[in-house]
Design a protein around this ligand. Sequence first.
Ligand code: ADP
Ligand code: UDP
Length: 236
Amino acid sequence: MKKLEQLYEGKAKKVYKTDDPELLIVDYKDDATAQNGLKKGTIHDKGIINNRVTNHLMKLLAEHGVPTHFVEELSDRETVVKKVTIVPLEVIVRNIAAGSLSKRLGLPEGTKLKSTVLEYCYKDDALGDPMVNDYHIFAMELATREELDLIAKYSLMVNDFLTTYLKDLGIELIDFKLEFGKTSDGTIILADEISPDTCRFWDSATGEKLDKDRFRRDMGGEEDAYKEIMRRLLGE
Ligand code: ADP
Ligand code: UDP
C-alpha cells in the first residue's frame, strides 16, 4: 500500500490518499495541543504509542461487534484505514466526572456518575466544538435519527468493553471521545483514534493520571504516562 498525496494535516495526525479510493493512510505525529490549539508542544514517541494503542483497541472492539475503520498497521506510526466522511460530532462518554463536566456542573473531579453520560459536540474548531443535543443535530442535518441511534449504541458498547478490559489492567476509564464516519455505502463505523490523547485513564490503585491531562495541566511526566499505558495494553 503506497502513500500518495497528503489530504490533510491535523493537530495530531496527517492523512494521505492511497492507490485505493476507499482507503487512506494515517500518520501519527508527536505534536500535542490543548486549549483548542492555544497550547502547543510535543510528547516524545506519542505518535507511536497512539497508533499502536488505537489499533490494538480497534481490533478488540471489532471482535466485540463494533465496526471500525482499522485495516492494517503499516509501521509504528502509519495505519491503513477505511476512508469515511466524518460525522462532524465528537461523542463524549463519561463514567466519572472530570474536566469540562466538573466545571460546568460543579461536580468535583472523581465523582462517580450514577449512570453513563453521553454528550455530543459539534466538531468545529472556529466555534470551539460547542455542545449540541439531538435536536441541534437533526436541525443542522449533522446525522439522521437512525445514524445517531447507531452512534449512541456503538459508543455505549465501546464503553462497556473498554471499562472491563482496562479495569483488569489496573486502569479506571474516566471518560473518552469518539468520532464516527460513513463509508461510501453509508455504513457507520468507528473512526479516528482511541488513545491517551482522547481518553482519561487513571491508575486504579493510586488515582495517578495516565493521559493527556498531564500535558494540558502542565503536570509533567506525560511521556512516562503514555509509555505506561502502552506497557499495560501491549506488554511493552
Ligand atoms: P484534528 O483535525 O482535530 O486536528 P487529527 O490531527 O487527529 O485531528 O486529524 C485527523 C483527522 O482525520 C481528523 O479530522 C479526523 O476526523 C479525520 N479522520 C479520522 N479517521 C478518518 C477516516 N477513517 N477517514 C477520513 N477522515 C478521518
Ligand atoms: N476530548 C478529546 N478531544 C476534544 C475534547 C475532549 O479527545 O477535543 C476527550 C478528553 O480527552 C476527555 C473527554 O474527551 O477524555 C472529555 O473531555 P472534556 O469535555 O472534559 O474536555 P476538556 O476538559 O479536555 O476540555
